[in-house]
Design a protein around this ligand. Structure first.
Ligand code: SF4
Length: 371
């Protein structure tokens, strides 16, 4: 198959989470997750604000006990952003969170029984709160665990993916039979191919929006690469309505990575793109430091500007000319290109500064500010 563009998104029902719509014709929604103890209200609020500033439209908080739910009631009063409560084992926590104004509940079919799920659904129905049926390969119910022979244990992708799908379908069917359809589904594994296969399979069987992510993907850069590999492949196949990147690290980094995935697939176009060469033996200047300065200088911009920083005359002029603003370095300085034409000669000691000044001028000319 030849791909010139991503496949058209799979049509799903739309589900409202607070004021945010997931699925239907809505753009893919980026979610974040706090990593504080929820009962540490000031730290949790601070992190929610940081995630919102980074672009998260929905933030998930952990509700492991009633102390966390009590904290939620105070957090709710100060936060307009859509909040999701992550609940395991105890349905009472979900029911209490719904009465405290949570916007969505994530349940794990692997650790809440049918009776508990139906009780949560009853409370959710009354308050217009959707449920995410969040299946994780690491917490499948005993009855769904695939019987892996030694051979399959080394390559469990298909068996585990099918087991995850069966688990999700059992809960989705239970909810549908209870006349509950405000459903979002996620199937996550730490293994990229297992996650991709399970999401492909479930997407053919249900009309509900899918939440994508690679669970426990690890620290950056491994976690970024694994998350991007899984999420991007699915999105490019038209599968997925909301995403959350999982990193052992800063939650703001998770949100930034999610946006970079969306940007790399052209799902969003209002962020800057930095083109820079890897440098090699031809490069005569400290290009890495120039690129780092330019990267942090354009990070906060919210406009579709392409900036190129290239190390020499081999590919430099071509890429710099293609970009909106670019520099192609030579022996002791660089040529600065703007809108495809040579605009100025720049000295080596001021490469990043000259380029960023032009970026500032461009922003002013375009009449657009920082986000
Ligand atoms: S642009 Fe020049 S310096 Fe950069 S990688 Fe290519 S050949 Fe090397």
């Amino acid at each position: 198959m030849l791909w010139g563009k991503v496949k058209e998104r799979r049509k799903t029902r739309s589900v409202k989470v607070g004021k945010v719509i997931i699925g239907g014709d809505s753009p893919v929604v980026v979610q974040g997750m706090t990593k504080t103890s929820t009962e540490n209200i000031s730290a949790t609020l601070r992190q929610i604000i940081e995630l919102e500033e980074a672009g998260a439209r929905i933030v998930r908080i952990a509700l492991p006990h009633m102390r966390a739910v009590k904290a939620l009631s105070k957090i709710r009063k100060k936060v307009k952003l859509a909040l999701v409560g992550d609940v395991h084992f105890n349905p009472e926590l979900a029911i209490a969170a719904i009465s405290e104004g949570i916007d969505k509940i994530r349940i794990n079919p692997g650790n809440i029984g049918k009776e508990g799920i139906l009780r949560i659904a009853e409370a959710a129905k009354g308050s217009g709160v959707p449920l995410r049926v969040g299946v994780n390969s690491g917490s499948l119910k005993e009855s769904f665990l695939p019987k892996l022979t030694e051979n399959k244990r080394r390559n469990p992708t298909q068996k585990v993916a099918q087991a995850m799908v069966r688990s999700a379908l059992e809960t989705v069917t239970l909810l549908e039979e209870d006349n509950f359809q405000d459903i979002i589904v996620s199937l996550k594994s730490p293994y990229v191919l297992t996650t991709i296969l399970s999401c492909q399979l479930i997407s053919q069987k249900i009309p509900y929006p899918l939440h994508l992510g690679i669970t426990a993907a690890g620290p950056p850069p491994q976690g970024i690469i694994r998350s991007a590999s899984g999420i991007a492949i699915l999105l490019a196949q038209g599968i997925g309505d909301t995403i959350r990147v999982s990193l052992t690290g800063d939650p703001v980094e998770e949100v930034k990575t999610a946006y970079q995935i969306l940007q790399s697939l052209d799902f969003i176009k209002d962020r800057p793109t930095l083109i820079s060469c890897p440098t090699c033996g031809r490069c005569q200047i400290d290009l890495i430091s120039v690129v780092n300065q330019v990267a942090s200088g354009i990070e906060e911009l919210k406009l579709p500007l392409t900036v190129a920083v290239m190390g020499c005359e081999v590919n430099g002029p071509g890429e710099a000319r293609e970009a909106d603003i670019g520099i192609a370095c030579g022996r002791k300085g660089a040529l600065l290109f703007k809108k495809g034409k040579v605009f100025a000669k720049v000295e080596e000691r001021n490469l990043a500064g000259a380029l960023l000044s032009e970026v500032t001028r461009w922003v002013q000319e375009e009449g657009r500010g920082k986000k």
